[in-house]
Ligand binder design. Structure first.
Ligand code: C2E
Ligand code: CA
Ligand code: CA
Ligand code: CA
Length: 275
C-alpha cells in the first residue's frame, strides 16, 4: 500500500521535475538576458502592396542564449508575461527601437506588440509616452499591435488606455484578426485603426475557399469602416498579387523579408521605391 500511495502522489514526478527544472532554468536565463541587454529588437518590413514600398517595420523580440541557442518568442514572451518581466522587456525593445530608427526616413513607421498584461496597467500609456519623449521619437510614427484577448475583461480600462494613446497620435492595430470571436464589434468599440489578417488565412488563400471568403469579407468590412488592412504571412508573389487585387493595403511576410537586425533594416528603409 505504501508503495502505491507514493506512486500516486508522485504520479507526474519524473516528467514534471525535468520540465520544472528547465522552466526555472529558462526563467533565470531570461532575467539575466534581459538585464544584460541580450534580448534585442529585430525588424520585419511591412510593405505597401500597391507601390511595393516599405512603409514600416514590426518590432519582433529576438533572444539567443549562449548555451540554449535561439529561443522563440512563442516561448519567452509568455514566460515574461507570467514572470512580470514583460513590462521591462517591452520597454527595452521600445527604447532600443527608438534609437535604431532615429535616423531612418521619417515616413517609415514602427509597430510594437503590446501584451494583454500591459493593456491592464493604468501606467502603461504614460510610461510608453515618456519613453518616446525621452528618445525624441514622434508618437505618430509608432503603432501598437494588440490581440483580441486583450480586449476581453475590463473593457473600460482597456478603452481608456487606447484612447489616451490615440490622443497622443499613436495608431492601434488589431493583430491576428479572424482568430478570435466577436471581432466585428471590437473594431467599433475600441476605435481600431488597422486590421492585421492572421497568417493562417493568408497562407491558405489559394487552397481553402473558406479562407479566401474570410479574407474577402474582412477586407470589405475593414474598408467599410475606414480601416487600413495588413496581410500577415505573405510568402510568395502570387499571394502578394492576390492580396493586392483584393484591395489589401499592406503585406508582411517572408516574401518581403524576415525580421532582421537594425543595420539591415536601416539599409532596407533607405532604399527608394521599386528597388
Ligand atoms: P505576431 O505578432 O503575430 O508576429 C508575427 C510572427 O509571424 C512573427 O513570429 C514573425 O516572424 C512570423 N512571420 C512573419 N512573416 C511570416 C511568414 O511569411 N510566414 C510565417 N510562417 N511566419 C511569419 P515571431 O517573431 O516568432 O513572434 C511570435 C509572436 O511573439 C508574435 O506574433 C508576437 O505575438 C510575440 N512577440 C514577438 N516579439 C514581441 C515583443 O516584443 N513583445 C510582445 N508582447 N510580443 C512579442
Ligand atoms: Ca504582431
Ligand atoms: Ca500577428
Ligand atoms: Ca501571432
Amino acid at each position: 500500500a505504501k508503495r502505491s500511495d507514493q506512486d500516486r502522489i508522485c504520479l507526474f514526478k519524473p516528467e514534471m521535475e525535468g520540465a520544472l527544472r528547465r522552466r526555472v532554468g529558462l526563467e533565470k536565463a531570461l532575467r539575466r538576458a534581459l538585464k544584460a541587454g541580450e534580448i534585442t529588437p529585430h525588424y520585419q518590413p511591412i510593405v505597401d502592396l500597391g507601390a511595393r514600398r516599405i512603409r514600416g517595420f514590426e518590432i519582433l523580440a529576438r533572444w539567443r542564449d549562449p548555451q540554449l541557442g535561439q529561443i522563440s518568442p512563442e516561448i519567452f514572451i509568455p514566460l515574461a508575461e507570467q514572470q512580470g518581466l514583460i513590462f521591462d522587456l517591452s520597454m527595452a525593445m521600445l527604447a532600443q527601437a527608438c534609437r535604431d530608427a532615429a535616423d531612418w526616413p521619417e515616413d517609415i513607421g514602427l509597430s510594437i506588440n503590446v501584451s494583454p498584461v500591459q493593456l491592464r496597467d493604468r501606467r502603461f500609456p504614460e510610461d510608453l509616452l515618456a519613453s518616446l519623449r525621452a528618445h525624441g521619437f514622434p508618437p505618430q510614427r509608432l503603432e501598437i499591435e494588440i490581440t483580441e484577448t486583450a480586449l476581453i475583461g475590463d473593457v473600460d480600462l482597456v478603452r481608456d488606455i487606447l484612447v489616451r494613446l490615440r490622443a497622443a497620435g499613436l495608431k492601434v492595430s488589431l493583430d491576428d484578426f479572424g482568430m478570435g470571436f466577436s471581432s466585428l464589434n471590437h473594431l467599433r468599440q475600441f476605435k481600431i485603426d488597422k486590421v492585421k489578417i492572421d497568417k493562417s488565412f493568408t497562407k491558405t488563400i489559394f487552397e481553402d475557399p473558406e479562407s479566401a471568403l474570410i479574407v474577402r469579407s474582412v477586407l470589405h468590412l475593414a474598408h467599410g469602416l475606414n480601416l487600413m488592412t495588413v496581410a500577415e504571412g505573405v510568402e510568395d508573389e502570387r499571394t502578394a498579387d492576390m492580396m493586392s487585387l483584393m484591395g489589401c493595403d499592406f503585406g508582411q511576410g517572408y516574401h518581403f523579408g524576415k525580421a532582421v537586425p537594425a543595420a539591415e533594416a536601416a539599409a532596407l528603409a533607405a532604399r527608394p521605391a521599386g528597388q
